[in-house]
Design a binder for this molecule. Structure first.
Ligand SMILES: [Zn+2]
Length: 250
């Protein structure tokens, strides 16, 4: 088990390093592949040995080797976060087919979390292909339950579409598509996922207003909360559903 988890940690950190590029460049409509990483101040290309996920940040004391410009802590954070999520996915799913869509989902959600946080957009180029792959993967893994994933995705998107129509200016079409994507991945676990998303969003919103950091009318993206709810549901959704059913049945 340990070598398997170490491989997941290292691969997750490398994917996280790639997600940093996606998070920075995709919303700015810059190419993902070229030019290579460079320092924003001295424009010196980052050497391969200074571009090792997590390790280089520590060895360089968080500074550009050439000019000493601090490297944003966001970069190692995204690498570590992705690595940890890959390890948790490995522990939850083991070396089995459902691990593959789980790794894809957590990686996509890391990118969506930070892009929506920074720019208030959820890019179609991430959500749409990932949604299709998620549905196809779940149908391939459990063909008997194909309709569960289809209905969960369409239901979640439909629910968000209704909310977006009823309260214009809150939810956007990006959230509608994201909810659909999550349903395709989570199946019935989409219910605790959305519930947790709304709960975490509401608690954070109240906190931001109470602490005066945001006004009642100011914009707070919903994608990050949906992403957190979905990741918890991916790992613990079955148990949450069971708990809920037990509570309902008394
Ligand atoms: Zn520099």
């Amino acid at each position: 088990m340990l070598p398997f988890l170490i491989i997941l940690f290292v691969t997750g950190a490398i994917i996280g390093s790639f997600l940093n590029v996606v998070i920075y460049r995709l919303p700015r409509q810059l190419s993902i592949v070229s030019p290579g990483s460079h320092c924003p101040r001295c424009e010196q290309p980052v050497k391969w040995y200074d571009n090792i996920p997590l390790v280089s940040y520590i060895l360089l004391h968080g500074q550009c080797r050439n000019c000493g410009l601090p490297i944003a802590p966001r970069y190692p954070t995204v690498e570590l976060l992705t690595a940890v999520l890959w390890v948790v996915a490995g522990i939850q799913f083991g070396l089995d087919w459902p691990l593959l869509p789980a790794l894809l989902l957590v990686s996509a959600l890391v990118a969506i979390f930070f892009i929506d946080l920074d720019h208030y957009i959820i890019p179609n180029v991430i959500v749409l292909p990932v949604a299709v792959i998620g549905l196809a993967a779940n149908i391939a893994i459990s063909p008997g339950d194909w309709w569960v994933f289809l209905v969960s995705g369409l239901g979640a998107a439909g629910f968000f579409f209704a909310v977006a129509m009823l309260y214009p200016g809150g939810m956007g079409m990006g959230d509608v598509k994201l909810a659909g994507m999550l349903g395709f991945f989570l199946g019935t676990a989409i219910m605790p996922g959305l519930f947790l998303g709304f709960l975490i969003g509401a608690v954070t919103g109240i906190y931001l207003m109470a602490s005066g950091q945001r006004g009642r009318k100011s914009k707070v993206p919903f994608g990050p909360f949906l992403s957190i709810g979905a990741i918890i549901a991916l790992f613990y959704g079955d148990r949450l559903l069971e708990l809920w059913l037990n509570l309902v049945q008394g």
